[in-house]
Design a protein around this ligand. Structure first.
Ligand code: NAD
Length: 291
């Protein structure tokens, strides 16, 4: 079993670190929030007072931080604190460019590295059922895979440095666009006098089927577990969807890719966020689309 340092113990990182403990690893955790540090001790994570203390004996370091700037700052510090050969895994959702820079920092210090963002939300983090999309060298993936398996159920090696982040933002661009499409269809159906259940029964088994309707239906009733049945409590907050759509648009601009629907989806979620709904589930955008 390995000595692991876990930096960033928030909504996702806390339960992920707890699952590494459950799998028998020794985990030292650090977070800027003293309150969070106190609370993770109950799950068997040993609280550290700094990144330096957390990584002192670590064979692997996992980071789960808000944005690219946080990851580059933390990795920039910790590469001089760990032994060569240490595996660094970043599970945050960040821009592809920062992910590639983080790999360069690791390589410069003789460390192995993976970008390994996740899908599955806080529920998946708690239940260890996350999907991991990993980017990095084969030997880094081979070393990291058993640890990712302790926190998730589907682990995909997407390619070289940054490929995990690329897969994540492409997937979430599909999700943002498809949710708006499903919401528009329900809003149109309502105006045409169609019941939610009738549209669901047809579209969820026909060519309109997708995760946004079949699993996460944005109106109450047809899928009882979807946030629409719970006042649009997240789930997946609209602000996080906006963050991921913005990352997709930055990447599209840098790569010269045309993503007109991705751009439109980003604008609509930006408007929804500016109207004060960033903390609600992203499927609540149906209320704005009803006009
Ligand atoms: P969060 O804000 O709950 O947690 C981030 C934690 O990082 C905070 O506790 C913060 O104190 C800590 N932190 C920031 N800078 C630090 C530093 N320098 N050193 C130590 N700790 C530091 O966020 P979250 O919901 O856990 O999300 C983390 C990442 O996972 C984000 O990139 C997010 O986009 C991604 N993600 C979130 C979800 C979700 O449903 N919440 C789903 C998939 C991916």
């Amino acid at each position: 079993m390995a000595n692991i340092a876990f930096i960033g113990l928030g909504n996702m990182g806390g339960p992920m670190a707890a699952n590494l403990v459950k799998a028998g690893h020794s985990v030292k955790g650090f977070d800027l929030s003293a309150e969070i540090l106190k609370s993770v001790a109950a799950s068997g994570v040993t609280p550290a007072t700094s990144t330096a203390e957390a990584v002192a004996d670590a064979e692997t370091v996992v980071t789960m931080l808000p944005k690219g700037a946080h990851v580059l700052s933390v990795w920039g510090d910790l590469v001089s604190m760990v032994k060569a050969g240490t595996l660094l895994i970043d599970c945050s959702t960040i821009d592809v460019e920062s992910a590639r820079k983080a790999h360069q920092l690791a390589e410069g210090a003789g460390c192995l590295s993976l970008d390994a963002p996740v899908s599955g939300g806080t529920g998946g983090a708690a239940a260890a059922t996350l999907t991991f999309m990993a980017g990095g060298a084969e030997n880094a993936f081979a070393k990291g895979r058993p640890l990712l398996e302790a926190m998730g159920k589907k682990i995909v090696h997407c390619g070289g440095n940054g490929a995990g982040q690329a897969a994540k933002i492409c997937n979430n661009m599909i999700l943002g666009i498809s949710m708006i499409g499903v919401c528009e269809a329900f809003a149109l159906g309502e105006k045409l006098g169609l019941s939610h259940q009738a549209l669901f029964d047809v579209a969820s088994t026909s060519s309109g089927q997708c995760w946004s309707i079949n699993t996460y239906c944005p109106v109450p009733g047809p899928v009882p577990t979807s946030p629409a049945n719970n006042g649009y409590k997240p789930g997946f907050a609209a602000a996080l969807m906006l963050k991921d759509l913005k990352l997709s648009q930055e990447a599209a601009l840098a790569a010269g890719a045309a993503t007109p629907l991705g751009a439109e989806a980003a604008q609509l979620f930006d408007l929804f966020d500016k109207q004060g709904h960033g903390g609600r589930d992203f499927s609540a955008i149906i209320e704005m689309l009803r006009g």
